[in-house]
Design a protein around this ligand. Structure first.
Ligand SMILES: N[C@@H](CCC(=O)N[C@@H](CS)C(=O)NCC(=O)O)C(=O)O
Length: 272
């Protein structure tokens, strides 16, 4: 977390500029609905990359906790200057809050979204699983992700065979599978941040060798994965946005997700 010096603050725009933007939208309807800028400037700003598992974690948490943000889609090989100004380490996701605070860790973004969530029974349930969610995400990032990377990019790590990296990763996945034998979700009876926080990484693991995954001895985890990948929460978190650096446009996430979710869901299902 970083605040203060070097923090990029959105420029305020004039009424004329706002009208121009709205008219421009009227004449050239965008594929995605832009949030009227006058209303959006107070929203937190999220730099995101669609396929990054950490950014997916952040978007899932924002979606589950119903926290709208302004999303700027980046491409890792061509990050905008504004992202570097916010976070010199240059990773995504990065979120800047309205008070200027910058969060550069996906888990911090997820926990912030939970903290800011309006009081409700859903929040109480998510809050009850907070400690476990932190443990799961930490285990995922510190123990599982290194094996996942080595398995996925085994040609870059020739010291051992891909199957050995896979075996190491499966040791951790087996623990999660056993946990899912006791309750339908890692968080208990309903999906919580423990589930959403590790889902993008299990998804990535399953996609390395889909044929092997279909036959592997992790039945609970496989059902859990396909169930969560079929949810609106997931599909709405995986919408495609034009690159910010090319268009200078930002989108309200997740508020405008509804319209295109079904389309994306159909496309994802066809691919399975
Ligand atoms: N610990 C960070 C990790 C974020 C991260 O490593 N993101 C990758 C993309 S998946 C990244 O931005 N890498 C920088 C790059 O590839 O240029 C988090 O939880 O947010």
């Amino acid at each position: 977390m970083k605040t203060g010096a070097g923090v990029y603050r959105p420029r305020s725009i004039t009424l004329h500029q706002t009208i121009d933007l709205l008219l421009q939208d009227f004449h050239n309807p965008p594929t995605h609905k832009l949030l009227p800028r006058t209303m959006s400037l107070s929203l937190p700003l999220l730099y995101s990359f669609r396929r990054c598992p950490y950014a997916i974690r952040a978007r899932l948490a924002l979606r589950v906790c119903n926290m709208p943000v302004r999303l700027r889609e980046v491409v890792l090989s061509n990050k905008p200057e504004e992202l570097w100004a916010l976070s010199p380490k240059g990773t995504v996701p990065v979120m800047q809050l309205s008070d200027g605070t910058v969060l550069t860790e996906s888990m911090d973004i997820a926990l912030h979204a939970l903290e800011r969530m309006a009081e409700s029974p859903t929040k109480d349930a998510l809050q009850a699983g907070r400690h476990q969610a932190i443990e799961m995400m930490t285990q995922c990032d510190q123990r599982f992700k290194p094996w996942l990377d080595k398995y996925k990019y085994a040609d870059r790590f020739p010291e051992q065979a891909a199957t050995e990296y896979r075996r190491q990763a499966v040791i951790i996945l087996s623990q999660w599978d056993r946990q899912l034998a006791r309750s339908p979700f890692l968080s208990g009876n309903n999906p919580g941040l423990a589930d959403w926080g590790v889902l993008p990484f299990v998804r990535q693991f399953a996609a390395v060798e889909p044929d092997w995954w279909r036959t592997q001895p992790l039945p609970q985890l496989a059902s859990w994965l396909s169930l969560l990948l079929g949810t609106d929460t997931f599909t709405q978190s995986m919408l495609r946005y034009p690159e910010y650096r090319q268009t200078r446009q930002e989108y309200c996430f997740p508020a405008d997700a509804q319209g295109r979710a079904h389309k994306v869901k159909r496309r994802l299902l066809r691919r399975v």
